[in-house]
Design a protein. Structure first.
Length: 216
């Protein structure tokens, strides 16, 4: 399973990358706005830091404009993946960008039939948003399970990129289901490493070691 970091903050991305935690990056307009920096500069910098796929989202809503924007984004670096919203125009844009050899990631997917359309359009990745579905009382992970099963049934090549992950259990369940990628905020990446019994065990080992050294 590949881990992506969901961020446009260079400091955080660099830290996670240097720790060897990430295989790619996802951004969205909210994260770019939060960075307070020009869109293209941020994407170019991320693409230099992380060699894996870097999703950069189009802002347009019409297919022609999405394609034009997607072509511009793809010129920024060879590892750019053009992120397109799940709309009728978005699917048209995915087909056209795919025909040009450009990788795409369809975002804001909230049910398995949307994901089926995404795969049929030939997208490289699909991004089901699990946390936002949970937020409205629906089961985000159930949707992921259905998508993984449907893609298996028809041998689609589109990769399932589980997005809007809020905690380690989302990631654990995604891995059990066989999703290809999870994109995580830095905080959740850190939480994956942590367990209170690990900390307790280290403390005990250190205390015992120090006691034995004091006696020697
Ligand atoms: O980048 C897309 C997605 O991961 C956003 O997550 O927490 O804003 O729902 P969230």
């Amino acid at each position: 399973m590949k881990f992506f970091i969901d961020s446009a903050d260079m400091k955080v991305i660099t830290t996670a990358n240097q720790r060897g935690w990430v295989d790619g990056v996802t951004t969205n307009p909210t994260l770019i706005a939060k960075s307070g920096r020009p869109f293209f500069d941020v994407i170019k910098e991320i693409c230099k830091e992380v060699p894996g796929p870097v999703s950069a989202e189009v802002i347009s809503l019409k297919a022609d404009e999405m394609v034009r924007e997607g072509l511009e984004l793809a010129k920024l670096a060879s590892n750019v993946v053009v992120k397109i919203p799940m709309t009728e125009d978005g699917l048209v844009a995915v087909k056209r960008l795919t025909a040009e050899g450009i990788k795409t990631n369809v975002t804001l997917v909230f049910n398995p039939v949307q994901a089926l359309l995404v795969a049929k359009a030939g997208a490289t990745m699909v991004s089901p948003f699990v946390g936002r579905l949970d937020d409205i009382g629906q089961d985000g992970m159930k949707m992921v399970q259905q998508i993984v099963q449907i893609y298996k049934n028809y041998e689609f090549k589109t990769e399932v990129l589980v997005a809007s992950i809020r905690h380690p259990v989302h990631l654990l369940q995604a891995a059990e289901m066989g999703a290809h990628i999870g994109t995580l905020p830095f905080k959740v990446l850190q939480q994956l490493c942590q367990h209170p019994l690990t900390d307790k065990g280290i403390k005990q080992f250190m205390d015992d070691w120090n006691k034995s050294q004091a006696k020697a």
